[in-house]
Design a protein around this ligand. Structure first.
Ligand code: PGA
Length: 216
């Protein structure tokens, strides 16, 4: 039986009431899960939304401080995140582009996530990046495909996923992200080596996200 991970990345979107509305729609819809596939849904939302979503769905943060608790104004540390979430996205290309995320900060953040028992989902641009050997989840999430409507081809994404697993023996799951929607999701989830998807824009609308889960 193949496990599939459908990860929603809301980015910097939604107020508490908008988040609750989305959740109600998703929760009230009874999804028919295919018998040969188990689909795990993980929602990566802004810190401000996590307390209100906590009891209903598996949650992830979208970033983590490279430091522990202490005098780091503006940062949210792993101990704080762990109160609400089990996962954390690290190294997303938007963090690299706008906030100078690099290999060094990714390394520190992964260490912090692991210290506080969070599962890091490390976002990479290709199969050549160094990945901490204790990481189980990697998302191949190339910048050219994010928010552009031009996803990578399933064949290439599968090849990259295969390479990532070959080079990093402890990586159990490789997800694909970048312009995934209800129409194309199955092209990726049906690939042999791809274990799920990371969905940005198309996860914001509950109806579309439900379609993605159904079609995955
Ligand atoms: P997108 O974003 O689905 O809007 O392309 C994906 C991502 O940022 O991981």
């Amino acid at each position: 039986m193949k496990n599939l991970f459908i990860v929603a990345n809301w980015k910097s979107n939604k107020t508490v009431s908008q988040a609750k509305e989305w959740l109600e729609k998703v929760e009230s819809s009874k999804l028919k899960v295919q018998s040969n596939t188990y689909k795990e849904i993980i929602l990566c939302a802004s810190y401000t939304l996590l307390p209100d979503l906590k009891s209903s769905i598996k949650l992830g943060a979208q970033d983590i401080s490279p430091f522990g608790p202490g005098a780091y104004t503006g940062e949210v540390n792993g101990e704080q995140i762990k109160e609400f979430a089990d996962y954390v996205l690290i190294g997303h290309s938007e963090q690299r582009k706008y906030f100078h995320e690099d290999e060094n900060s990714i390394f520190k953040k992964v260490k912090m996530a692991l210290k506080y028992n969070l599962s890091p989902i490390v976002c990479v641009q290709n199969d050549k990046e160094n990945i901490n050997p204790k990481v189980s989840f990697v998302a191949y999430d190339p910048a050219f495909a994010i928010g552009t409507g031009n996803p990578d081809t399933p064949e290439n994404a599968n090849m990259i996923a295969e390479e990532i697993k070959r080079k990093n023996k402890d990586v159990q799951y490789v997800l694909y992200g970048g312009s995934v929607n209800a129409e194309n999701v199955h092209n990726f989830t049906s690939c042999l080596v791809i274990d799920g998807v990371l969905v940005g824009g198309a996860s914001l609308d509950a109806k579309e996200f439900l379609e993605i889960i159904k079609n995955a």
